[in-house]
Design a protein around this ligand. Structure first.
Ligand code: SF4
Length: 101
């Protein structure tokens, strides 16, 4: 059981604080502040300190969803990228929901 620390940027808001993901056996088990990061200087807010718990949540999206005629429909990543390019060319609004990280 060895812990690894992986430097990353907190995904919660636009401030861009540095975090260190604590990884054990390939799974993120915690977050510690990136002590030398110039934005947050070793501090993270409560959201940043918990910026991993949603990764393993049961209700998380596993696939992208595309708005169909009446509802959101599951799509593959490949088809979503293709549809996105087509949709963007037409100038239509496109909503893409995805799981962070
Ligand atoms: S730690 Fe808090 S303030 Fe910093 S980026 Fe994350 S959510 Fe924003």
């Amino acid at each position: 059981m060895q812990l690894e620390y992986v430097a990353a940027i907190c995904p919660y808001c636009g401030r861009g604080c540095g975090i260190n993901l604590v990884v054990k056996d390939g799974r993120i088990v915690g977050v510690e502040p990136w002590k030398e990061h110039p934005v947050n200087e070793g501090k993270n807010c409560i959201k940043g300190r918990n910026a991993f718990d949603f990764l393993y949540a049961d209700g998380g999206l596993k696939k992208p969803l595309i708005k169909g005629n009446a509802s959101l429909e599951e799509a593959s990543w490949k088809s979503t990228n293709t549809d996105f390019r087509k949709t963007k060319k037409r100038g239509a609004k496109f909503r893409w929901f995805h799981k962070l990280w």
